[in-house]
Design a protein around this ligand. Structure first.
Ligand code: SAM
Length: 311
């Protein structure tokens, strides 16, 4: 099928239904002059089965407002729209962002002239508001180099997000979903746990991407939950997490020494928080980091600054 879109881009489809097929993806990229870059984590999904699996795992329901980060050539965007979602997509690459409405129009003509699809051309890390209804789900094949900061930024800035389903590097998926005490538990695990429970659902072979990356990927599903009950701010808690894992091999007493002002002050705060000063950060759930942050804030002056959303 050949379709001329409003942008006068001729789209050649090789897959029945709404989704993009491998030949069409290459064809589209060729016409747009897109050469996928590593810097922007541009590995496009060329397998319709994977797109369907992501949409299914995300539990998207018709009429739901979904935010997608990094829509690329539109593989997942079409899957989400086809499932009945309305989509706001944030894409940093202006060439890809400009082409998306044409691709959507060619595959899902019913979307044309509606507000079911909007593309925002921006770095997702800079986005603090989105057009249209507040999204309840984030579904994305995230750019690998910024996957954790993007995830944390959106959880922080968009409290309307109840669910997240993201595809990330398998190793990052392990970290996001790791429980305290496990080998992979670290800063991303503890920070994501501030907002949500995380579960790694399935592994995705590198062969579903073009170009093929040199690592496998995995899906992670997050369900937002109530924030831990604490008088400490997120910034204070995240500063404790950063300090605890900044010196991973050290006991908390010394790892938190400079944040607390001295190892002795750190030890007092740890005792008051009910945490063994000789423990290590990898053993603590986020609630314990929150108790430590509370005690540090209540006690000696600290250099707990504004902190960062990302890792
Ligand atoms: N969703 C598409 C798919 O599954 O085929 C593309 C996924 S590709 C792994 C990541 C996409 O994120 C690319 O389109 C890239 O240009 C975009 N991207 C990279 N960094 C970004 C950022 N900071 N903000 C928004 N989009 C970004």
């Amino acid at each position: 099928m050949r379709v001329t879109t409003p942008d006068r881009l001729v789209v050649v489809t090789d897959t029945p239904g709404a989704l993009l097929g491998p030949a069409e993806i290459r064809d589209l990229a060729g016409r747009l002059g897109v050469r996928p870059t590593k810097t922007l984590g541009q590995n496009f999904v060329v397998d319709g089965g994977t797109v369907r699996k992501i949409v299914r795992s995300a539990g998207v329901v018709p009429g739901e407002r979904v935010v997608e980060i990094g829509p690329g050539l539109g593989s997942l965007t079409l899957g989400l729209l086809d499932a009945g979602a309305s989509v706001v997509a944030v894409e940093i690459d202006p060439v890809l962002a400009r082409a998306l409405p044409g691709t959507v129009a060619a595959h899902l003509p019913r979307v044309v002239g509606t507000d079911l699809f909007t593309v925002v051309t921006a770095d997702a890390l800079d986005v603090d508001e989105l057009p249209g209804a507040a999204p309840t789900a984030l579904v994305a094949n995230l750019p690998y180099n910024v996957s954790v900061p993007v995830l944390l930024t959106f959880l922080e800035r968009f409290p309307s997000l109840e669910r997240v389903l993201v595809m990330v590097q398998a190793e990052v998926a392990d970290r996001l979903a790791a429980p305290p005490g496990s080998r992979t538990y670290g800063v991303p695990s503890a920070k994501v746990a501030w907002y949500a429970s995380a579960r790694r659902t399935s592994t995705v072979s590198r062969s579903v991407f073009w170009p093929v990356p040199n690592v496998d990927s995995a899906l992670v599903r997050l369900e937002r939950r109530d924030l831990p009950e604490t008088t400490a701010t997120r910034e204070q808690v995240f500063a404790v997490v950063d300090a605890a894992f900044g010196q991973r091999r050290k006991m908390l007493r010394s790892a938190l020494g400079s944040l607390a002002g001295s190892p002795d002050r750190a030890e007092r705060a740890l005792h008051a928080a009910g945490v063994d000063p000789h423990a290590r950060g990898e053993q603590l759930p986020v609630e314990a980091f929150a108790r430590i942050a509370e005690e540090l804030a209540a006690g000696a002056p600290t250099d707990v600054g504004p902190g960062t959303v990302g890792t």
